[in-house]
Design a protein around this ligand. Structure first.
Ligand code: SF4
Ligand code: SF4
Length: 197
């Protein structure tokens, strides 16, 4: 019947309005900024760069491949490749970003940069309280301000970070030099074979 949907909506609104006087569950308004809602693991705000260990420059996972820069729809990532190389997260020598800026006043939080990064180097933050008065000094974030530790990543997205850690551990194991076969065993086998024939 025409209007039933509207009536149901009004009844739900009334239940929430009057219910909010007696039930905490129906209280949907918070006194921000004194009160904030609990953080949800799947929420996202703006990207940040992950680093391993305690030194953000040495531990930076980004290898400056510039895929994220090319794929970012509003073109708010600016990268300059380093002239030299350093070990990446699995120990291979790679370039790193001499410059890595994101203009978060332009970023639309689409997460495409995260999805295209083959090195798990860029992830979405959950910090949304970034209002500022000067766009260039406060909202154009350089690589130092963008860098956050893997521990922080675990704090905000524990499930995702644990899965990335497992993948990186497997990649490190694969990249690690294999121990050489013991030379004496080979010599002994050859010696035994020769004596028998
Ligand atoms: S979240 Fe989207 S808009 Fe923001 S930097 Fe990444 S790709 Fe660009
Ligand atoms: S964040 Fe990822 S995709 Fe972007 S330049 Fe660094 S390694 Fe490449």
């Amino acid at each position: 019947m025409l209007g039933v949907g509207v009536l149901k909506g009004l009844v739900e609104t009334a239940r929430n309005f009057f219910g909010s006087y007696v039930s905490e569950e129906r209280l949907t308004t918070l006194q921000y900024p004194e009160e904030t809602s609990p953080r949800i693991e799947a929420s996202r705000s703006f990207p940040f760069l992950v680093y391993d260990g305690s030194d953000w420059q040495q531990g930076m996972r980004c290898v400056s491949c510039q895929i994220c820069e090319k794929e970012c729809p509003p073109k708010c990532i600016f990268i300059e490749k380093s002239p030299d190389k350093k070990p990446d997260a699995v120990g291979k020598m790679q370039f790193y970003p001499a410059k890595f800026d994101i203009d978060i006043s332009v970023c639309m939080s689409c997460q495409i940069c995260v999805e295209v990064c083959p090195f798990d180097a860029i992830k979405m933050d959950v910090d949304y309280n970034l209002s500022a008065t000067n766009r260039f000094s406060d909202l154009l974030l350089d690589k130092e301000r963008l860098s956050k530790s893997n521990e922080y990543y675990h704090e905000i997205h524990p499930t995702e970070a644990a899965s990335v850690d497992a993948d990186l551990a497997a990649a490190r194991e694969k990249a690690a030099p294999k121990p050489a076969a013991p030379a004496t065993a080979a010599v002994q086998t050859a010696g035994t074979g020769g004596a028998a024939s």
